[in-house]
Ligand binder design. Structure first.
Ligand SMILES: [Zn+2]
Ligand SMILES: [Zn+2]
Length: 332
């Protein structure tokens, strides 16, 4: 599939050989479904009629639990929250969902592949397939029409409101088919797609069994909410504030405090310029603990084929809206 179709511009008609009605009908749905997908991520869609209520109530419940957590403080619960925060946010989201699955910036052997993906599932940020599909769309259309969460449409929209817009089954099918065709075939990811909620419920039951309400509120609610906002700052703040090492078409920035909160993901301009690179930090002070974890997995023989060459500063590999991965998926 050519990118011209994705952009919504049908191939120019040759006046000497006009397309038959059948050919026009055959090409029309391709354009329409992608345009409809882009339209589905417009901020104007947000409203009571289109609300994804399960997502809304989940987020509201987690935030209420997080607000209650300080009243149920124990050292054991706080320490558990800290460890789980690192495991789910750095290993689960940054390492597994983002750099490993979405961008394929390194390869993993089993059981590491399963375990790090499970960490991502326990973050409560959606199934691996959902997360990767939305993120590839972000790279494809960053700060353009179709970007799921551009702060150009409002900082709060980019931070969290975008998640509250319900998608139709057709829109979700288009998103998966167009952006993650190869991931959607993987049995492990299909397994997590079906069992996602069970893992989350099981983690809550185990935490409650081990340490009662304090453990549940700290180890699940507060830990998850802090990780949510750290991830969301990458979507909102690092497309608004910070400095740029590379010239990119989008508004991506490097922002130190988001990098601290998100285990290295805040060097977001570096990432948009070189999305397939396993390193987010490209200068010596741009610390990137998630990359250290990838190095550790390499040291024990679990990670290999790591794309880690530090690019020349000032040169952007990605001078257009396309991420390598999204292009590859769309070309399939
Ligand atoms: Zn971005
Ligand atoms: Zn990315």
């Amino acid at each position: 599939m050519s990118s011209t179709v994705l952009e919504g511009h049908p191939a120019p008609l040759d006046a000497a050989a006009p397309l038959s009605d059948e050919a026009i009908i055959a090409t029309a749905p391709v354009k329409d479904e992608v345009e409809a997908l882009y339209d589905s991520f417009e901020a104007v869609k947000l409203g009571r009629k289109n609300m994804d209520w399960p997502v809304f109530f989940w987020m509201a419940g987690m935030h209420l639990g997080a607000l209650a957590a300080p009243f149920f403080f124990t050292w054991q619960a706080a320490a558990t929250a800290l460890v789980l925060h690192w495991a789910t946010a750095s290993i689960g989201i940054c390492l597994a969902y983002h750099r490993y699955l979405t961008h394929r910036s390194f390869k993993l052997r089993q059981p590491a592949s399963f375990l790090v993906t499970l960490c991502g599932v326990l973050s409560g940020e959606g199934t691996p397939l959902q997360w990767c599909a939305v993120h590839r769309l972000h790279h494809k259309r960053s700060d353009l029409h179709g970007d799921p969460h551009s702060p150009l449409e409002g900082a709060w929209w980019a931070h969290l409101y975008w998640m509250f817009v319900k998608k139709t089954p057709e829109e979700r099918a288009t998103l998966y088919r167009r952006f993650i065709p190869e991931l959607a075939q993987k049995p492990m990811l299909q397994f997590f797609e079906k069992t996602f909620l069970l893992w989350l419920i099981a983690s809550g039951v185990v935490l409650y069994a081990v340490g009662g309400l304090p453990m549940l509120l700290w180890g699940l609610c507060l830990r998850m909410v802090i990780a949510y906002h750290s991830t969301w700052f990458v979507n909102s703040a690092t497309h608004l504030w910070g400095y740029r090492n590379y010239t990119t078409r989008d508004e991506s920035r490097n922002l130190w405090w988001v990098a601290i909160l998100s285990y290295g993901e805040g060097w977001h301009n570096n990432h948009h310029a070189h999305p397939a690179n396993a390193r987010a930090g490209h200068r010596w002070w741009e610390f990137d603990p998630t990359f250290w974890a990838i190095r550790c997995l390499q040291a024990v023989g679990m990670a290999y084929d790591i794309k880690d060459r530090i690019p020349e500063t000032g040169a952007a590999a990605e001078d257009g809206p396309a991420a390598d991965e999204a292009d590859a998926a769309l070309a399939a």
